[in-house]
Design a protein around this ligand. Structure first.
Ligand code: 48N
Length: 301
């Protein structure tokens, strides 16, 4: 069959009549794509996305927030336990949280030792400054970490999706346990005041890891929800900046704060009232990895 001339491109017949075009000319003779019908594109997305939603309605671990702590946690957990169904829920369209920049919109990222060994594991280059290292652009760290997490076969990322609430079950003794998350499209979650009730969806899991940060439209989401749900008396509220106190406090404090819920990253500073560390990210890595270890201990009980 003669190649379709570019002039006839828009007159592509429906798929029923089109033979498979063997070779695609390069730009000189008129670049062509293989023919397609719109419904094929829609169905290719719908089939995969909603199959995933169906399959992940019950997950082994849900991670709320795909910032540096959430992604470091997902990387370590999915690599160490490839059999676990790990589902990441990220409210933004773009995952990565605050880790696309260093500090005050400057792009280099500082990571204090010993967290530099995580960079070597990821294959992210850096400049060694003695007690700390500098990645030339924060996006190099975040995009590398994100690409490795997304390549893990047991990880699913649902971005543009917000956790609007926690599922909380009570056992026979009345002990309350976080048993999953309540989700909605983020644009819906941000517009509940503009419509009548737009009910959410659910994902159940034995372990929830919350890494929702300390600021942003939904920062410290789970910590705040624990207070409003009566599972935590009050927030500790993040304290002033002190790098040397903040980073070990966040990593060492990473834990299951209520049965079924592990907090990691800067959300923990709001829960515990620990200091902030400002533009240094080693604690996010360490806390994320520790949260993964806590989750594995929890699942293996
Ligand atoms: O990057 P963040 O905000 O949070 P962390 O803890 O991963 O990293 C914090 C780090 O970037 C710092 O803040 C640095 C170290 N600065 C410290 C300082 O002293 O200032 O990522 C949280 C992610 C974001 O992508 C949010 O969109 C997302 O969580 N998120 C949610 N996703 C789903 N549902 C929600 N309810 C929700 N809330 C937040």
């Amino acid at each position: 069959m003669a190649p379709v001339a570019i002039a006839d491109f828009n007159k592509q017949p429906t798929l029923a009549h089109v033979q498979k075009t063997e070779a695609f000319e390069d730009y000189k003779g008129g670049y062509r794509f293989a023919p397609i019908e719109e419904a094929q594109v829609s169905r290719a997305m719908i089939k995969r996305y909603f199959n995933t939603m169906y399959e992940r309605a019950i997950s082994d671990v849900v991670i709320i927030g795909a910032g540096s702590a959430g992604l470091s946690c997902a990387y370590h957990l999915s690599k160490t336990r490839p059999e676990l169904k790990i589902t990441i829920i990220e409210a933004n369209v773009a995952p990565g949280g605050g880790a696309w920049l260093g500090g005050q919109l400057m792009t280099p990222m500082v990571i204090r030792k010993p967290a530099d060994r995580f960079l070597r594991e990821l294959g992210v280059e850096y400049e060694d400054e003695g007690n700390f290292v500098v990645v030339k652009h924060a996006a190099l760290f975040t995009s590398t970490l994100l690409s490795k997490v997304l390549a893990m076969p047991n990880v699913v990322l649902m971005n543009a999706t917000a956790v609007e609430d926690l599922i909380v079950h009570a056992d026979f003794e009345g002990q309350q346990r976080v048993a999953g998350v309540v989700t909605n499209w983020t644009l819906v979650a941000l517009n509940h005041d503009t419509q009548s009730c737009m009910d959410p969806n659910t994902i159940t899991a034995p372990v929830i890891i919350s890494a929702t940060g300390h600021d942003g439209p939904m920062g410290a989401f789970s910590a705040k929800r624990l207070v409003s749900a009566g599972l935590l008396k009050e927030l500790g509220n993040m304290r002033g900046l002190d790098m040397n106190r903040a980073e070990p406090a966040i990593v060492n404090g990473t834990r299951e704060v209520t049965p079924g819920l592990i907090l990691t990253g800067m959300e923990l500073s709001e829960h515990d009232g620990s200091n902030r560390m400002g533009p240094t990210f080693g604690a996010m890595i360490g806390s994320g990895v520790k949260a993964a270890e806590e989750a594995m201990c929890n699942l293996d009980k």
